[in-house]
Design a protein around this ligand. Structure first.
Ligand SMILES: Nc1ncnc2c1ncn2[C@@H]1O[C@H](COP(=O)(O)OP(=O)(O)OP(=O)(O)O)[C@@H](O)[C@H]1O
Length: 321
């Protein structure tokens, strides 16, 4: 089991008001993040949100322009040497030498650590056994990702940063990666990962930080982020005098007296509405009643819990970056 010499109540990673600029453009804009020791923290955010930049500041690969970064109680900008044997890093582009064989890369990295995992066993775990003698540049994208993950964890680090660990992987490889992440966590390793995949955050993360425009816009467990609210998603067709159907339904529901604790928004398309909040049978009845009253045909209606993706899109918007 990894030995964590930092005080038990100190988070493994504490980022406060981080600012990072690239040639005047602000990539990270006052971001705050806490990754508790021994847990999995996911940074979830759209393209260009600042996730990789944040993680690279934590890894000591980039210098912050403002704020503080503490990793295992140390400053990665000045304490890189002390952190190197304690922190594993999986970069988004792999960062591996390309002309060396996969097994040689992993074996070489393992010799840098005092108590490494068995490289052969780790290769088999990640399905790399068959490619051991292949040069890195000839590996497929998914195989290279798996090798990068293997190099990040072969030294039994206390803390691992994984930048989009399962990007480009097939479903089997993704499950193998998830299993390994869970096993690392059970062994007490702290994991900080970035991802676009809601399923990955839901499957692995104890804590999720939603990052957008260089700042943390929400943080908590998946359950906390999703909340206890239910939702109704309804698609209607027909002509309504008010082209803003969400506002029309909102006004109608407010007028019924039975649906006071709900909100209405459009969901993907103008004819699809989402009612969130205290959804009761009376609210469902009021929604279909409103459609009937305005001669709108209900094409579909589903009720259920909100998903992490719903919350993510609410927080970060629906326009493409
Ligand atoms: N070396 C660099 N030079 C200039 N701009 C950069 C550099 N690295 C990142 N950026 C910019 O900083 C912003 C944040 O990028 P970053 O890679 O941190 O985002 P991200 O959330 O990891 O995105 P993705 O999910 O697409 O990987 C983007 O607008 C990006 O274009």
């Amino acid at each position: 089991m990894p030995v964590d010499s930092s005080p038990p109540d100190q988070p493994a990673v504490a980022v406060t008001a981080l600012v990072k600029r690239y040639r005047g453009a602000t990539a990270v804009d006052g971001l705050t993040l806490t990754a508790p020791t021994g847990q999995v923290t996911a940074l979830l955010g759209p393209n260009g949100a600042g996730k990789t930049t944040t993680v690279e500041c934590c890894e000591g690969l980039r210098r912050a322009d403002g704020g503080t970064v503490r990793v295992l109680g140390l400053d990665p900008a000045t304490d890189a040497k002390a952190l190197r044997p304690r922190v594993g890093v999986m970069l988004q582009d792999g960062g591996l030498p390309t002309t060396v064989r996969a097994e040689e890369v992993l074996r070489h990295v393992s010799t840098m650590y005092a108590r490494p995992r068995d490289p052969g066993e780790l290769s088999e775990r990640l399905g790399l056994g068959g490619f051991a003698r292949t040069q890195v540049r000839r590996l497929s994208g998914g195989e290279r990702q798996r090798l990068a993950l293997a190099t990040a964890v072969v030294g039994r680090p206390e803390l691992v940063f994984l930048d989009e660990p399962s990007a480009g992987m097939d479903p089997q490889a993704r499950l193998a990666v998830w299993d390994l992440v869970r096993e690392l966590r059970e062994d007490g390793t702290t994991i900080v990962l970035t991802t676009h995949q809601m399923a990955e955050a839901e499957a692995l993360a104890d804590h999720v930080a939603v990052v957008d425009h260089g700042t943390t816009v929400a943080a908590g467990t998946v359950a906390e982020l999703v909340g206890s609210n239910a939702s109704i998603r309804v698609r209607v067709t027909g002509h309504h005098e008010d082209r803003d159907l969400a506002s029309a339904l909102r006004t109608a529901l407010a007028g019924t007296g039975t649906a006071t604790d709900v909100d209405v928004s459009t969901c993907g398309a103008p004819d699809t509405l989402e009612v969130t909040g205290a959804v009761t049978p009376q609210v469902v009845h009021a929604v279909t009643g409103w459609a009937h009253e305005h001669d709108l045909l209900v094409r579909s209606l589903t009720t259920g819990r909100r998903t992490l993706e719903d919350v993510f899109l609410d927080l970060t918007g629906r326009s493409l970056r």
